[in-house]
Design a protein around this ligand. Structure first.
Ligand code: E4P
Length: 223
């Protein structure tokens, strides 16, 4: 199961990638715009933090087939390990098929139904990114939709990975992990919420207190 960070903020990426074993960083135009930086510079700076081995998923802005092909080709040349994110519009699906033939790595994005995910996988996408919380927000079943997609991809033995995205709470993440999701991309606050528990801090404080009551300040190595 891959854990990916859904942020373009360098401080957040630096902090979390130091602590956690991460499998990549995803951005989208909204995430990039928040940083108010040049897109190419930002991708390079993210790459310097996470290293050449760890992938970045970066999205096209273009909407027409021809422009998507041109922009995706440009993005794929920014670094070795990059997946070009393409929304699954008609032009997007058509472009995914063509770009796959050219050997460009693709993450199909803005997926809201299992059908869309299946069609993007069939077109050759390496990852398909369904948006969990955006579905939940309109009274649809985000987690259920992604579960269906995982089942379809696995049942037909497709090599595409489901990269669940758009999370607003850790429960959505855990439900999909239990269902065998191949990868999740989580924003900073969700990653922190997955890491932290007040009882962990309380327990550590208590261990130290009990130790120091008998042995005084110090560690095992310092006697
Ligand atoms: C993936 O990178 C998606 O673009 C992202 O998870 C969408 O998240 P949001 O619905 O919180 O904007």
């Amino acid at each position: 199961m891959q854990l990916i960070l859904d942020t373009g903020n360098l401080k957040e990426i630096q902090e979390l990638s130091t602590i956690l074993d991460i499998d990549g960083v995803t951005t989208n135009p909204t995430i990039v715009a928040k940083e108010k930086k040049n897109f190419v510079d930002l991708i390079k700076e993210i790459g310097e933090i996470i290293g050449d081995e760890t992938p970045i998923h970066a999205q096209v802005i273009s909407t027409s087939y021809e422009d998507i092909i041109e922009e995706a080709t440009f993005i794929s040349g920014l670094r070795e390990n990059i997946y070009v994110k393409i929304p699954v519009t008609h032009d997007g699906l058509r472009a995914i098929k063509e770009l796959k033939n050219k050997g460009i790595k693709i993450t199909a994005t803005a997926i809201f139904t299992a059908h869309q995910g299946f069609l993007a996988a069939k077109a050759g996408a390496d990852y398909v990114a369904p948006y969990v919380n955006r579905l939940d927000n309109i009274s649809a079943d985000g987690v259920g939709t992604v579960k269906d997609l995982i089942q379809i991809i696995d049942r037909y033995g497709l090599s595409t990975k489901v990269l669940a995205a758009s999370f607003k709470n850790t429960q959505q993440v855990i439900e999909l992990m239990k269902a065998g999701v191949h990868s999740v991309t989580v924003p900073y606050d969700i990653a922190k919420a997955m890491m932290d528990h007040p009882l962990t801090d309380w327990s550590v404080d208590k261990f130290i207190q009990d130790w120091e009551a008998v042995y005084g300040v110090g560690t095992n190595t310092k006697g």
